[in-house]
Ligand binder design. Structure first.
Ligand code: DOR
Length: 420
């Protein structure tokens, strides 16, 4: 395969190049490569996007999503690799579930799927899960996502064990006693709606705890879906003094505020909750100055029935795989916050580095995982067009720029936009 006349996003800028792909590898990258090829004039080639925080729901919640529908949503959204969280049923806390996910993903054969194992058995916060066995079966990280490990001593042990097996803990930060049933950010809009709020400290206390553990134990830690200005500052300060902390945020935290909850749209219900403008701006600044290493979706597909209920009892989560690239490009690159190379770093190179995955760059000899997009294409987000089973998005009707035309995995076209 030869990709011709594409604007290729490299680590330090964008260059008009041809790309020759052979045996799943980028064999040559040059200004002109002889031979017939795919004319990509006007299109931009990114290193295959990697989403290190996705919920695929299988096994157990296939009504919400399964590995086939989630993988289809991933490649449509431009993702060549995704990492799936362990809050399945049964919980992904052992090698059998890890192997099941890997086998099913191989059968589906769309994007690469990397399972994340639970930190504790059954995500119950009592005993550590079978960390070594999960690593041997192919788990790429550990997380209790959906909640935190409440017991600090157990969390310290988890970090030590994880490190022994070359794994990192990806920490969902939430003090359950402080959240205490809160469903939105505590502030003007929780008062206006009468919905129970939870304060920033519920997230920040756990961010601070995980940083303290990482610092004391001299181990790496990764903070999931940062939503507060104060959390961004805790991570910034920790990085400045050399703590091995990395962090992610999601498009909804740099795009929306809790003003979006005012009409009780349950698609705005997410954990951690949408915060205030001060937080949104701090998240953007955190992405700009490198405090926040990567952009993930926290793709949390839910069935219509899980959301079509009163706000207080609706499920938390946003279906994000099919909107993340366009929202990130529109808000951050067109918004003047990041360059295309920086966006590629946040959505590909950084997650690859954090989890030691292959990919992350378009380079000779590198894996031919490529995302090809039309950055000038303007479109309107419409959940009816989602291939994910989860149509739960607060972005319906929003105009965005940047449409994925092709997603190439190991040198094979695994997604091609209709008419592309
Ligand atoms: O909104 C969320 N939904 N946040 C989480 O941490 C978990 C996720 C889910 O599994 O639905």
């Amino acid at each position: 395969m030869i990709i011709k006349n594409a604007d290729v996003v490299l680590q330090d800028g964008v260059k008009r190049l041809d790309i020759r792909v052979e045996n799943g590898i980028v064999a040559e990258l040059a200004e002109h490569i002889a031979g017939e090829g795919m004319d990509c004039t006007g299109l931009t080639v990114f290193p295959g996007l990697i989403d290190m925080h996705v919920h695929l729901r299988e096994p157990g919640f296939e009504k919400k999503e399964d590995i086939a529908s989630g993988s289809a949503a991933a490649v449509k959204g431009g993702f060549t690799q995704i990492c799936c969280m362990p809050n399945t049923r049964p919980v992904t806390d052992n090698k059998v579930v890890v192997s099941y996910i890997l086998n099913r993903a191989r059968e589906v054969n769309l994007c690469k799927v990397h399972p994340i194992g639970a930190i504790t058995e059954g995500q119950e916060g009592k005993n550590l899960a079978a960390i070594g066995a999960m690593k041997a079966a192919g788990a790429v990280a550990l997380s209790e996502d959906g909640k935190s490990v409440a017991n600090t001593s157990l969390m310290a042990n988890a970090m030590l064990y994880a490190a022994d097996f070359g794994l990192k803990c990806l920490c969902h930060c939430e003090d359950a006693s402080l959240v205490d049933g809160g469903v939105v950010n505590e502030g003007y809009y929780s008062t206006l709606t009468g919905l129970k709020g939870s304060i920033r400290a519920a997230e920040d206390i756990l961010i601070a705890r995980e940083i303290c553990l990482a610092e004391s134990l001299s181990l790496p830690v990764h903070i999931c879906h940062v939503s507060t200005y104060s959390g961004v500052q805790l991570i910034r300060e920790a990085k400045a003094r050399g703590v091995k902390v990395t962090a992610e945020t999601c498009p909804h935290y740099f795009t929306l505020t809790d003003a979006a909850i005012a009409d009780f749209d349950t698609n705005t219900k997410v954990n951690p909750p949408l915060r205030e403008e001060r937080d949104r701006l701090a998240v953007i600044e955190g992405l700009r100055d490198g405090t926040l290493d990567c952009i993930v979706t926290d793709h949390a597909p839910h069935h219509f029935d899980d959301k079509n209920v009163e706000y207080a009892v609706a499920a938390f989560g946003i279906s994000g795989l099919e909107t993340s690239f366009a929202l990130s490009y529109t808000l951050l690159v067109k918004g003047g916050v990041l360059t295309l190379s920086e966006l590629a770093r946040k959505m590909s190179a950084a997650p690859a580095a954090i989890l030691s995955l292959q990919g992350g760059a378009v380079e000779e000899g590198g894996v031919a995982d490529l995302t090809i997009a039309d950055l000038n294409a303007q479109w309107t987000i419409d959940p009816a067009t989602f291939v994910s089973k989860g149509k739960n998005t607060p972005f319906a009707g929003r105009q965005v720029f940047g449409k994925v035309r092709y997603t190439i995995v190991d040198g094979e076209i695994r997604y091609r936009e209709e008419n592309a």
